[in-house]
Design a protein around this ligand. Structure first.
Ligand code: MTE
Length: 886
């Protein structure tokens, strides 16, 4: 190890390096080693506890509001907007460093920092307990630039193909800082590991849902200076922020962030990998054919160490052009040489350098080399010097532990003529980013080519689209969302883009999308079996249901229990042609899954005829909806009830006809325009007794800045009176019969009381049920309704709901919850504020003594809200069968 004497001898290069680094970072470092420095400075950086955290368990954790929260209020998981992260440069300030917390952040007072203890135990000759004071004073301190990356980075793209087990990271689950502390290897060496020891287990002081967070890393790596595995107490020269492990954490460069245990308490040297819950059930890349259901049912997959992820894989990401960036061509003609700097970053795992970054403007037929800037090299060139009380010795190793930046100038006119820009990186081992996505159940290490689509706009402009837009919940804003809404195949050779040359392109190779689909969806052994229409019609019941997709017959029975959309979506098409519906909403994985149930080809057609439609026949039936037939409905009226909410009234077939929709169930609406078919489920506002019309309450998602509007809601918004949509139903597993009696999945039960929670336009299913209860004077079922919205103006049907409260004030209680900043600050607002979370529901629980009652929770909101309510209910021992999410 280098000592402070050699630091002196390197003074000249160290001055150069200091000068460089001081311009590189804006934060001031302390120069004293001990006693402990600059707590005040560290605190200054992020001071405020945000409103959203103030009432929760993280109420002691200051956070930067610019971070995008990916999992609602709690636990805190966040990434910076991609361009902010990039623009900030090589070193990411702690304030916008991504955060991944599995549970609440441990509270550690400043005065406890130096006395923080860790134990070193297991297969060592010298088990010991060290304080942070010991760690700093007894071991050489280092300052190392290190990139941390969450294994889930870019997960949202995989979730768009098929929802896996994790939440939606964009591409900014990565950050780079200077970390200061001791080398873990020095500490373990002092404890003298046994010769048979192979792993170092680590455990944190936090206590998330499945016990203390823990995992492990390989012992030989820990002892290898090339790996620079650290016990860090400073980030960018300041004491650790609570979110990043205050007061002490492990930092493992080149390895997924999940192994860098924060709030470190325990190190255990062992012969085998960690047995901690989080080591088994997190941070694995399971084989691609393991479905979420299989992974849940068969725990052996998780215990197989072959699938454990340690090193990161090669990755490159385009930052500029940004998502939704517009490029105008007013003064640019086809001869113009004006260029645009396409740029982004790249990284790799295991200390292996990124060797090249290439972009393609013709979908991978030809590639151009980008310039790479590796700021880590500047530390290497600077020799050995001291920074923030630690020795910087990058020059002593040949490993590459940081991200790098790439750039390439491209003529604007070339961008205009391109369909997309794709980037791929290759490392020094010549491992290259793959063209195809390796979908896996945890959606980890997603590193297929990063593709930015180029869309033509009016006036000859072009607009760039990244794959996804990092946000919690909704999908809006990337090309994957657009392709999905158009019914395209994200994983096809053209990423689902159908227009123009691309079809030709596919035909050139002799392969069409239809051929790819055909191969995926059929069993070669069944292709010669012909099934007659008569035979098909014999299998058209709920328990014996065959259906047709693209002229091939499938048996739906074996899939009834497993189908993620519920058995009903299969039984509704029993004996029918389900081609349009199936192709509109299923991913390639679902298409592949269909091959198992292939029975043969339907007689008489290469392309099966569509199921007969009754659109034109006069129907005198007392109810409108038919579960297996799409029926046309004409738009009669469009009522604006708020700036973005409408009630669309559709005409039924005769004035005495009712919808035929049971209370609490929903229906499908579909509409076809030039871009393809869109289908969504809605619960109407009108009730099952309303005659002659069907009223649907819809919140319109208008385009906002760079984010496009909701596909279906914008189509509805643009309908003209007299236009038709198609409707099918009912569908749904829940039905309310009155007097507390309801059915879920055909099981009839009774309750005395409902807790209903809705968010925004998720009002309608709960509305249906409480309206039925409140408007029946003899139905004494109690209802507590929590209704979350951003602002007062967003509360749908408020006046009507308030009227219902007046009808039954003692048994129908409504809590409006507003979450926008303005609403929270508004003194005149007397209702609840913030997000619907455990705190608010605990209040409800305290008043309701729900444990003694037979009560039901009904939920309909965005995924984060639904998950929060479910988590609360489970924590309060509400049995799963008493929780229903519409
Ligand atoms: N350590 C503890 N004790 N608890 C955690 O929840 N999350 C892990 C890791 N260490 C975690 C932890 C995960 S999954 C990642 S990606 C990194 O911390 C994130 O570190 P950061 O929040 O400082 O960016």
């Amino acid at each position: 190890m280098t000592t402070s004497t050699s630091v002196g001898s390197q003074q000249a290069s160290s001055e150069k390096a200091d000068a460089y680094i001081n311009t590189l970072i804006s934060l001031k470092g302390d120069e004293t080693k001990y006693p402990f420095p600059v707590i005040e400075d560290a605190k200054k950086r992020i001071e405020d506890v945000l409103e959203i955290d103030a009432k929760g368990e993280d109420n002691h954790v200051p956070r930067d509001p610019r971070l995008l929260r990916l999992t609602g209020a709690h636990p805190f998981n966040a990434e910076a907007p991609l361009s902010l992260l990039y623009d900030t440069g090589f070193l990411t300030p702690a304030a916008i460093h991504f955060v991944r917390n599995h549970g609440p952040v441990p509270k550690v007072q400043d005065e406890e920092i130096l006395n923080w203890e860790i134990s070193i135990e297991g297969m060592v000759q010298n088990p010991m307990v060290l304080t942070l004071r010991d760690l700093i004073s007894e071991f050489t301190q280092y300052t190392v630039p290190i990139t941390l990356v969450c294994a889930g980075n870019r997960r949202k793209e995989q979730n768009m193909v098929k929802k896996g087990a994790g939440f939606n990271w964009g591409a900014a689950g990565i950050s780079n800082s200077l970390w200061t502390g001791a080398m873990l290897g020095d500490v373990i060496r002092k404890a003298k590991p046994h010769r048979k020891a192979r792993f170092v287990w680590m455990e944190g002081a936090d206590n998330p849902a499945n016990g203390a967070y823990g995992t492990c890393v390989r012992l030989p790596w820990v002892l290898d200076p090339e790996r620079s595995i650290m016990l860090a107490y400073k980030q960018n020269g300041c004491l650790l922020e609570p979110d990043h492990g205050k007061p002490l954490r492990v930092v493992i460069p080149g390895v997924i962030g999940g192994r860098s245990v924060k709030w470190l308490k325990k190190l255990i040297v062992a012969e085998t990998p960690s047995t901690n819950w989080y080591h088994y059930f997190d941070n694995k890349v399971l084989p691609t054919m393991v479905t979420p259901e299989e992974a849940k049912a068969n725990k052996e997959w998780w215990k197989d160490e072959r699938y454990t992820v340690y090193n990161l894989n090669i990755q490159s990401i385009i930052v500029y052009p940004e998502n939704r960036e517009l490029m105008q061509f007013k003064d640019i003609n086809s001869e113009s040489n004006e260029t645009y700097p396409v740029r982004g970053f790249a990284y790799n795992g295991g200390g292996i350098r990124v060797g090249r970054v290439e972009i393609s403007l013709d979908r991978g037929k030809s590639w151009r080399l980008a310039e790479i800037d590796y700021p880590e090299d500047k530390y290497r060139d600077a020799g050995i010097f001291e920074l923030f009380g630690g020795e910087v010795n990058v020059c002593e190793r040949m490993s590459y532990l940081c991200w790098c930046f790439w750039k390439i100038d491209v003529k604007k006119i070339e961008l205009k003529n391109a369909k997309d820009i794709v980037v791929r990186a290759m490392d020094e081992n010549m491992c290259v980013q793959p063209r195809d996505m390796y979908w896996n159940v945890t959606s980890m290490l997603n590193n297929w080519w990063y593709r930015v689509a180029v869309q033509s706009e009016e006036n000859g402009a072009i607009r760039f689209e990244h794959p996804v837009h990092a946000t919690k919940g909704g999908n809006n804003g990337g090309w994957m969302d657009r392709i999905k809404a158009e019914g395209g195949n994200i994983l096809s050779r053209t990423w689902g883009e159908k227009e123009g040359d691309d079809n030709q392109d596919e035909n050139e190779g002799g392969i069409t999308q239809a051929m790819i689909d055909f191969e995926m969806m059929t069993n070669p052994e069944k292709l010669n079996i012909v099934i007659t229409k008569e035979e098909l019609s014999k299998h058209s019941t709920e328990t014996d249901c065959w259906f047709v997709v693209n002229g091939q017959v499938y048996d739906g029975v074996p899939y009834l229990d497993e189908h993620p959309g519920g058995a009903q979506s299969i039984t509704l098409v029993a004996g029918e042609d389900a081609t349009d519906d199936f192709m509109a909403i299923h991913s390639d994985n679902a298409k592949k899954a269909l091959a198992k149930f292939h029975l043969g080809a339907l007689e008489g057609s290469e392309k099966t005829e569509k199921a007969p439609s009754n659109h034109d026949s006069v129907n005198l039936s007392p109810t409108f909806l038919e579960p297996k037939k799409w029926k046309k409905a004409k738009l009669l009226k469009r009522e604006e009830i708020s700036p973005d909410s409408r009630i669309f009234s559709f005409e039924l077939e005769h004035s005495e006809q009712t919808s035929g929709l049971p209370v609490g169930q929903h229906l499908f609406i579909r509409y076809k325009d030039s871009k393809g078919l869109v289908m969504r489920a809605y619960t109407p506002k009108s009730c099952h007794r309303t005659k002659g019309v069907l009223e649907i309450l819809i919140k319109v998602y208008f385009p906002k800045g760079n984010i496009p509007g909701g596909r279906m809601t914008m189509l509805l918004e643009n309908l003209k009176i007299g236009d038709h949509i198609e409707v099918k139903g009912p569908i749904g597993e829940f039905e309310y019969h009155g007097y507390g009696e309801f059915t879920i999945n055909k099981e009839t039960r009774k309750t005395k009381s409902f807790l209903m929670v809705s968010g925004g336009s998720g009002l309608t299913p709960c509305y249906q049920v409480f309206k039925e209860i409140v408007t029946n004077p003899e139905d004494s079922t109690e209802v507590d309704f929590y209704f979350g919205n951003r602002n007062k103006i967003d509360i749908l049907c408020k006046e009507e709901i308030d009227q219902y409260v007046k009808l039954k004030p003692s048994t129908f209680r409504v809590n409006y919850v507003l979450s926008s900043k303005e609403a929270v600050a508004d003194q005149s607002w007397k209702g609840l504020t913030g997000y619907i979370d455990s705190g608010k529901l605990d209040n409800y629980a305290a008043n309701r003594k729900y444990k003694d009652e037979d009560f039901m929770v009904l939920i309909c909101g965005p995924p984060a809200m639904n998950d929060g309510v479910k988590e609360w209910a489970r924590r309060n021992n509400v049995p799963d069968k008493n929780i229903f999410c519409f």
